[in-house]
Design a binder for this molecule. Structure first.
Ligand SMILES: Cc1cc2nc3c(=O)[nH]c(=O)nc-3n(C[C@H](O)[C@H](O)[C@H](O)COP(=O)(O)OP(=O)(O)OC[C@H]3O[C@@H](n4cnc5c(N)ncnc54)[C@H](O)[C@@H]3O)c2cc1C
Length: 158
């Protein structure tokens, strides 16, 4: 594809443009689809919000995610870990209620329900985020992003 000398792979600003390739089918002999963007965001973690905001502000934006939209924090980091800590703390407080002059008895925890609750929260993250991305003007690509050259990002090594 032809580009002017001022076109770059990823970035902001007037005249900056990015190109990305992705095969439209499993036929690897087929010509890859090439689209151009003002901004390409690799990773739909916290930067996903930036991608949506930039797209809604009128930029041509691509968001590339190889795994779960939302990234580490809601899928396997802050949120599920703090949910588990919250359950554990609740049990601890019940067990130590007498310190606060409260008469309570700890009769065990339902681990199945605890893990179901965490898993339900995690399972909603990717589809919920995908809906928000789709509602924005950002173009979502599912796959691994790699630089083909300094001005081209390839998805899934194509
Ligand atoms: C157990 C745990 C608990 C945590 N608790 C807290 C907390 O309480 N408070 C706090 O502030 N932080 C916490 N963190 C840290 C927090 O999760 C991270 O700082 C935060 O998620 C980083 O956000 P990010 O968007 O930079 O990266 P990520 O959320 O990791 O997002 C990066 C995304 O990019 C994608 N990606 C990467 N390379 C490519 C590629 N080449 N192509 C396509 N996609 C790609 C990944 O799949 C991922 O979705 C915790 C982390 C862990 C593991």
């Amino acid at each position: 594809m032809k580009r002017t000398p001022n076109e770059y792979a990823v970035g902001w600003g007037t005249g900056i443009m990015a190109a990305m390739t992705q095969h439209a089918s499993t036929d690897t002999s087929a010509e890859p689809t090439v689209q151009t963007f003002d901004l390409i965001v690799i990773g739909g973690g916290r930067a996903g919000a930036l991608a949506m905001a930039a797209a809604n502000a009128g930029q041509r934006v691509a968001l590339i995610e190889r795994d779960k939209l939302g990234g580490t924090c809601p899928n396997r980091g802050c949120i599920p870990s703090k949910m588990l800590i919250g359950f554990a703390e609740t049990g601890w407080h019940v067990q130590h209620a007498a310190q606060h002059f409260i008469d309570a008895e700890f009769n065990g925890a339902n681990l199945d329900e605890i893990f179901d609750s965490v898993n339900t929260s995690v399972a909603a993250v990717d589809p919920g985020t995908e809906k928000r991305v789709e509602a924005s003007a950002a173009h979502l690509f599912r796959g691994e992003a790699r630089f083909g050259d300094t001005k081209t990002l390839q998805v899934n090594g194509l």
